[in-house]
Design a protein around this ligand. Structure first.
Ligand SMILES: NC(=O)c1ccc[n+]([C@@H]2O[C@H](COP(=O)([O-])OP(=O)(O)OC[C@H]3O[C@@H](n4cnc5c(N)ncnc54)[C@H](O)[C@@H]3O)[C@@H](O)[C@H]2O)c1
Length: 436
């Protein structure tokens, strides 16, 4: 049996390589000639921990290949995964044009009875629409929803050891159920992690999960603002709240606002789906608004520190990726900060362990990219920590004190010690940290 992964981005490449790792014969297809050429030449176009090794191994052992011939790859497969992008439209809804294009190609080129698996994040009702698109194919196409929950930075281990695998599939469809069970069996050996449900519920589960997580972050970001006003400390509040077993400690960290290719677009898309069905999803809509406000916070703090005049000030930014261990800068809070700094006439110099190339693509020579973190901080009037890469956790503050023009630290991830740094003579600002 051949498996075709259409869309070879963060999700498609990881999923395709991991399925190959479990013994499947996988072809990853993508319309991006540049991406496929790199993969065929043995280069991995994204940074994702552990991916390099499994791609190389499975290519070498003949289980993984790459092609731009999407129709040809579909024609030779029994299962086709759709892992193409579903970016936001201007009205907040998801742009499904790539999903539709793949469905149409499947309808035209399927050579046998097959399962079409929607792995991209798609609004509720998409499975039903795709079924209509493939209804007239020459062979029966079973359409299954299997939203992906992997996290960039831990994508390979998440895929191979998932919390759960959500499969939306008709209860009376043994062909699709059997195939999905077999595909995921190797990652469910210790316990059955497949959560079976109907396709509409599976589609909704993905959006609800992401919105729930985003909501926790936005709530703590709001509470951090309150902490600053009332002299409380967000670290203490987080510890106290997270110790409640009903709440738990995860996703309670105040910061510069959530980013990435999923939370911002998925929260907006859920709100949009609600409106389409006549329901104003107030909590989700507010989560989005709170996040937009939070993404401007570091800039507002910085401006206040410079009496509203950042012209000619040199600002160093450590970390641009939306979180550590990825080179993905999509919707990162660092971009909001950099855009605002540039618009205000500041000079921006950034350092990021992996995202430099993506930053250069976006800003060209409007932003300086330092190859070393201390190089970025040299002569800076302020240093802003936006992404908590491990190497920024304990920098040499004595050295920073010497090389910076003004000892101002904006710690948007609350990873440094406000007490210690203030004793060392820095001006320290965190998010909701006592004294900020
Ligand atoms: N990135 C994540 O962490 C993550 C996690 C879970 C779910 N998702 C969802 O998975 C989907 C893919 O996300 P991603 O981050 O991998 O996106 P991506 O932008 O990294 O990759 C998408 C790929 O699809 C390709 N593509 C677009 N149209 C195509 C077509 N018609 N035929 C073939 N290939 C086509 C693009 O060239 C690109 O390489 C999205 O719906 C996203 O919301 C992403």
């Amino acid at each position: 049996m051949k498996l075709c992964m259409v869309g070879t981005g963060y999700v498609g490449l990881v999923s395709g390589a991991c399925f190959a790792e479990t013994g499947q014969n996988v072809v990853c297809a993508d319309v991006s000639e540049e991406k496929i050429a790199k993969l065929q030449a043995g280069e991995i176009p994204i940074f994702e921990h552990g991916l390099d090794e499994i791609v190389r191994r499975n290519v070498a052992e003949g289980r993984l290949s790459f092609t731009t011939d999407v129709a040809g790859a579909i024609a030779e497969s029994t299962v086709v995964f759709v892992a193409v992008g579903t970016p936001p439209r201007a009205d907040g809804g998801a742009d499904l044009s790539a999903v539709d294009a793949v469905a149409q190609t499947v309808a035209e080129h399927a050579q046998r009875e097959m399962v079409l698996v929607l792995k991209s994040t798609v609004p509720v009702g998409t499975n039903a629409r795709v079924r209509r698109l493939v209804a007239d194919a020459a062979h029966r196409i079973h359409v299954v929803s299997n939203p992906e929950f992997l996290k960039e930075g831990d994508a390979v281990s998440d895929f191979l050891r998932p919390d759960r695998v959500v499969v939306g599939c008709d209860a009376d469809d043994p062909f699709a159920r059997d195939l999905m069970s077999r595909l995921y069996h190797p990652v469910c050996l210790d316990r059955d992690r497949i959560v079976w449900m109907d396709p509409a519920s599976a589609e909704l589960t993905k959006y609800v999960s992401n919105t729930m997580l985003a909501m926790r972050i936005s709530f703590m970001n709001e509470i951090a603002l309150l902490c600053e006003r009332v002299g409380a400390d967000i670290h203490a509040v987080r510890h106290g709240v997270g110790a409640d077993a009903r709440i738990g400690p995860k996703f309670l960290y105040a910061g510069p606002g959530y980013g990435g290719s999923c939370f911002p677009k998925d929260v907006k898309a859920l709100v949009h789906t609600g409106r389409e069905h006549g329901i104003e999803l107030e909590l989700a809509a507010t989560t989005d608004r709170v996040n937009a406000r939070q993404k401007g916070l570091v800039f507002r703090k910085l401006r206040a520190a410079f009496d509203d005049d950042l012209r000619g000030k040199r600002v160093a930014v450590w970390g641009v990726s939306f979180k550590p261990r990825t080179d993905d800068i999509r919707e990162s809070a660092a971009l909001t900060l950099i855009d605002a700094l540039l618009a205000d006439g500041a000079e921006v110099v950034v350092h990021d362990p992996e995202a430099g190339e993506n930053v250069a693509c976006r800003y060209g020579d409007r932003v300086q990219i330092a190859s070393d973190a201390y190089e970025a901080a040299k002569g800076a009037d302020a240093l802003c920590l936006l992404t908590e890469w491990r190497q920024y956790q304990n920098p040499d503050f004595d050295q920073l004190k010497q090389i910076m023009r003004r000892p101002l630290l904006m710690d948007a991830r609350n990873i440094w010690s406000s007490y210690g740094l203030r004793r060392q003579g820095f001006t320290y600002e965190g998010i909701g940290v006592r004294g900020s």
